[in-house]
Design a protein around this ligand. Sequence first.
Ligand SMILES: Cc1cc2nc3c(=O)[nH]c(=O)nc-3n(C[C@H](O)[C@H](O)[C@H](O)COP(=O)(O)OP(=O)(O)OC[C@H]3O[C@@H](n4cnc5c(N)ncnc54)[C@H](O)[C@@H]3O)c2cc1C
Length: 529
Amino acid sequence: MQRVQTDVLVIGSGVAGLYAALKLSELAQVMLVTKSAWHQSNSSQAQGGIAVAVGDGDSVAAHVQDTLRSGCGLNNREAVEVLAAYSFSVLDDLLRLGVPFDTDLAGRLELGREGFHSFPRVIHAGGDATGASIVHTLMQCVQAEENISVYEQTFVEQLVADGARCLGALLFTQGKHVLVQADAVILATGGCGQLYRETTNTLFSTGDGMAVASEAGAELVDMEFVQFHPTALAVPVHPKPLISEAVRGEGAVLVNGQGEPFMVQYHAWADLAPRDVVARAIFDQQQKGQRVYLDTTRLGSVFERRFPTIYRRCRELGFDPVTQPLPVTPAAHFIMGGVWTDEWGRTALDGLYACGEVACTGVHGANRLASNSLLEALVFANRIAEALREDINRMAAATAVMDVQPRFTDRHYALSARELMNHQATRELQEMMWADAGLVRTASGLNRLEAKLHEWESAWAHHHPVWWHMVRVAQAITRSALARTESRGAHYRADYPDEREEWRHIRTKWRRSTHECSPVTGTVETSVN
Ligand SMILES: Cc1cc2nc3c(=O)[nH]c(=O)nc-3n(C[C@H](O)[C@H](O)[C@H](O)COP(=O)(O)OP(=O)(O)OC[C@H]3O[C@@H](n4cnc5c(N)ncnc54)[C@H](O)[C@@H]3O)c2cc1C
């Protein structure tokens, strides 16, 4: 097997991976690998923007408070404070690098409004093409950097670890395995929305990073907290096109089949209530036999100017948001949980760092505030680079001989990403997860799901590395959802419909070796003041 050596291996080409690579290239030789083409990621799809408290009257304290309120008492307050405080330097850096954020005629950043933010604070680019603009700018910088080499269509099959220390990774690329030895490995592999039948996530969001990290001995935390976005366009395509929350921020309103607004019945913030509340309200309406629409006609011609990408996609699919309400439905969108890290991106395994959606600092608590995710990816990618300034010499000094046996052969990699996601086995897994680990959960459904996952694992997981990864993450979500016998934020148990005081300060940690959950100790939550 071919062996390669690098200072730092970065896995993933979303904003987290690209920004980490860029920052780390100032101190080390970086190898960046991604299983897709470089621009194919959830990051490239991000619409609404990035939350930064730059508006009149806004403050870091208000941003912190809104994030904690949305997180339902489960956030790691220290991480939240880091997120809000570092948002300004990240914004300055993105402007310096050339991200074309939208400005008004006076040259001031335009600020959008999204759910549960107490101020307009969402900066955006190209109207609703924020993610693509940032990814494009970062990639240009990465390509100009001599210290970074980029490898596309390169799949990370396993991390290599000796129990306490991550030593590198086993890759599959161009029909063969390659073993990479690295002083430090940065996981930036994004989320796992593709576990669900209804999702806004790209075909590449299959939870690989969480699976390989847990196999190597890292811990997965808060895995029961999957965020379902309220307003995916209700059309029979996979993944579902997202109608950004910023559209409601501009005045669009959710209505039932009779054209009646209904969100006032569910929350004082009505259409701008937290995502979990809005998603469950829509689900509730659907259970009552209603179709749900987003009345975008109230925006008139503003829609096309402010949301050109969404407008184009709607038109392609036969809808005109200016003249007709859009049919919408909830869809899996984001996972608050992931690989446990401290506030510097360090995981429980020495030499392994994680940032972006794959990681879990606890910053989002039980429910992520809109537009905090791109920010999280950027802030903590930068923190990893800062941490590695100290850590890298210690890492480089450690010499260990790596050996690993591939679990899969080239035969197993025959399916393309599209074929894999269209496969009946994938559909079956997504259907099971949607039914029993979706917006509304019960012990009986989750127990049934665990048993079905076990059967599915024996039948399918050994036939493709992505299936192997998907089932691990599905198991972590299911076991964590069973463990949390209460409802909080995005995790709703119909058999335990209320928040329970005894769970208020408990975050769950899942270990692959035992398939058991235990409470996270140490950097646990702090609630809203
Ligand atoms: C439609 C949509 C709109 C959104 N809008 C917003 C928004 O407006 N604001 C906001 O803050 N957040 C938004 N989000 C969420 C946000 O985009 C993501 O949480 C964030 O971009 C995650 O960035 P990331 O770099 O961690 O992961 P990603 O952008 O998902 O990138 C992951 C990368 O890892 C690679 N990868 C995965 N597995 C492997 C493997 N085994 N081997 C090699 N490479 C691998 C993938 O190919 C990809 O390049 C949105 C999400 C979606 C889906």
